[in-house]
Design a protein around this ligand. Sequence first.
Ligand SMILES: Cc1cc2nc3c(=O)[nH]c(=O)nc-3n(C[C@H](O)[C@H](O)[C@H](O)COP(=O)(O)OP(=O)(O)OC[C@H]3O[C@@H](n4cnc5c(N)ncnc54)[C@H](O)[C@@H]3O)c2cc1C
Length: 454
Amino acid sequence: MARLDGGARSWRNWSRTATAAAARFWRPADADDVARAVRWAARHGAAVRAVGGGHSFTDCAVTDGVLLNLDEIAGVERVERRPDGTADVTVGAGTRLHALNRALADLGLAMANLGDIDQQSIAGAISTGTHGTGLAFGGLATQVVGLRLVTADGETREVDAGRDPELFEAARLGLGAFGVLVAVTLRAVPAFGLLAREEVADLDEVLDNLDGPDGPDGWVATTDHVDTYWFPHTRRALVKRNSRVPLADLDDLPSLPAARRWLDDELLANGVFELTNRLAAAAPRAVPAINAFAARALSDRTYAAPSPEVFASPRRVRFREMEYAVPREALRDVVGELDAWLRRTREPVPFPVEIRFAAADDVWLSTAHGRESAYVAVHQYWRMPHERWFDAAEAILAGADGRPHWGKLHGLDAERLAPRYPRFDDARRVRARVDPEGRFANAYVDRVLGAVGA
Ligand SMILES: Cc1cc2nc3c(=O)[nH]c(=O)nc-3n(C[C@H](O)[C@H](O)[C@H](O)COP(=O)(O)OP(=O)(O)OC[C@H]3O[C@@H](n4cnc5c(N)ncnc54)[C@H](O)[C@@H]3O)c2cc1C
């Protein structure tokens, strides 16, 4: 119990939208420590939440009970190679994605797809449905083939498609409501490279090209990973099209000189972007001109690198975000409605709207469950009010049968979420079975899943 000796502590998330005053803040070193913490909480009638990188925008990790930081439960535990070149890799649940990417690369492996930063823990990332982009690829939870978790009775369980498959399905994207994950087994793929093509283009042209003039032959269908950033109040969008290439081909493809990477990814994307956002906060009426300048400052580039270097970028400008997964075919209409609202209200929004794609999957609480999805994310600089913009975007995106990212700001509750998820009631049933007293409940989980037993 030596490591469970921390006292009360306050905590806040990256975007400064959530704070917690936890009665106990502990850093368990293994599953036994976690089990002891859960039993201690049961004896004292306290709730338990785990926290990863604190990169969720919602209050999903908040508790006034026991807050567990799993940074010490990290690293590769086991690698099982498979005949097709993939491998099942078991890692500590607190492993940060940047460390995971390095460890997998040392094994000649990689995550099949990633989001656009690598600061999250693997447990935190899968628990809220973190995703990247690519119509042939699911979110990170689809890459999970097994879990070890400590449930409310203090037992440590191994679950997968064969052992308690219902708990596995619920807990691999489970908002921390089914237990504390201590290990995650991922299906990793052979390491690969990405050839990145980034260009700034007219928004209408981009929307035409995403799906192609005749539908299925556009960029989204023909390129592995397509990511679009549209600058509000302008018709300009930055499109990133990444194609998978064998690692061995990287030597023959253009690389990004370190100086150019620093200029683009640090100076322009962070340093100058912070300044333009501060200017926007001080002079909101100048936002259309600022956005036009920002869109012009970007230049086209083509380069290739190992996949984690292309997927993830440093994000140092703090912001708030809301993101919805809408049926892919609704994309054009919702972008049109967002644009119309911005034109009508002239709401100052200096941050781009991001558009990504994902395959349909079968994870119970996945935002892409059962349908090909377009993800539409709206952002706001953290020093500027986001409420009017996010409320308007939510009305449009939720109105298009959208499903909100579980880790990003949104206003839906269990009543409005349930009809959007065919397996919602199954997840609630499993939660009532493994956590009948709501040991892992908090205000957020109770809002979005409903209180246990309700
Ligand atoms: C700059 C930035 C960029 C982002 N980019 C993307 C992106 O590209 N794609 C995307 O989909 N999302 C993105 N996100 C959102 C982010 O990936 C998710 O919110 C993710 O959950 C954060 O992971 P984390 O480790 O910080 O988890 P936290 O925010 O710390 O926790 C998330 C949830 O997981 C639970 N949890 C954490 N650890 C455990 C555990 N061991 N057992 C059980 N439950 C646990 C917590 O209680 C909480 O409910 C981004 C966020 C930021 C701030």
